[in-house]
Design a protein around this ligand. Sequence first.
Ligand code: GTP
Ligand code: MG
Length: 375
Amino acid sequence: MSEDKAKKPGFFKRLFGREESAAEIDKETAVTETDLGAVEETQPEKEGLSVSAPPEPSEAPGEVPEDEQGLVKLQTGLEKTRSRFFQRLDEVFLGKREIDEATLGRLEEMLVTADIGVKTAYQLLEGLTERVKRREVDNPDALVRHLKTLMKEMLSRVEAPLRVGYGSEPFVVMVVGVNGSGKTTTIAKIAARHQEAGRKVLLAAADTFRAAAVEQMEVWAERIGCPVVKGKDRADPSAVAFEAVDRALKEDMELVLVDTAGRLHTRVPLVEELKKVHRTLGKKLPGAPHETLLVIDASMGQNAILQARKFNEAVPVTGIALTKLDGTAKGGVILGICNELEIPVRYVGVGEKKDDLRDFKASDFVEALFYTADR
Ligand SMILES: Nc1nc2c(ncn2[C@@H]2O[C@H](COP(=O)(O)OP(=O)(O)OP(=O)(O)O)[C@@H](O)[C@H]2O)c(=O)[nH]1
Ligand SMILES: [Mg+2]
């Protein structure tokens, strides 16, 4: 990159993605910045899925091969995060050819107030400052390149896609998360993927807290073409989970996905309920659940980390699915999650349709974040 280019305002915007107006960003921020307590209240009962009708299935695949199509979705999904991130990075380097102390100060402020979390921000900053001091990095372009490398290193520590072990017994996944985070949708996406690969999948509607949750699960099950175990209204979720594993064992099912309620996670009853479901699964099938997947809505920003900690106290979370990356500018939270929680990130959700789930891959993620159509 020429230094002249770097000097011009808007350089990073042009280099890294489309421009997003400040008004758009503010609007997005205003909607999603809630405290942990407010999360439960502000999760909308959106039209569509959370009531009963899932969105229409994706169109038939076009010319783009599936994996590439998935990458495009990731790139598109990260558009808001990319715009916000680079708009701010752009401001840091405005009119700068070299990296001086003032630039580093602005970079510090930018990273610390980004959605990645203070601890993670300082870790990245430290790595960058070290390079600057050693004179290995002396211009904005090199600094951004190095930032990208550091991010990849950080994220790759938790890259561990869920590998479902198909054995003589069913592989059981218990899915937890606050209401509206995308649990049921993520279950449907995972189920569809395995069902399409010819596996025998069973869904367990153990979110018996509200009737609509069971209905939603049934609609998905029908669409995907797999059976669902449900209890009566307000049935004991553990009983549903037990029955599901029982059926899976009898019918040689290979994968069981257990949905749970997400409400009131800060109150004792839900925590106790989740513990009981977890225990019951293990009693019925030693070793189950083989995965306890925490679904987190990326737009929760830093609250996502708090939520993860709370759930992890209730049941040992073994993996994370980060959803709704497509609807937020706060996708940077993934860095904080990876760095502070050290729980494997299994999936990223980039839309409401059944194909909108990708295995989390650090390199793909960072490349998508830094993606520009011009290259
Ligand atoms: N844009 C987008 N929307 C998503 C994604 N995942 C889920 N959603 C939407 O988020 C809303 C809530 O999803 P659900 O799957 O019902 O969430 P839940 O955690 O099961 O919610 P409760 O059953 O109320 O606890 C629905 O409208 C979904 O379509 C995603 O990756 N991107
Ligand atoms: Mg649900």
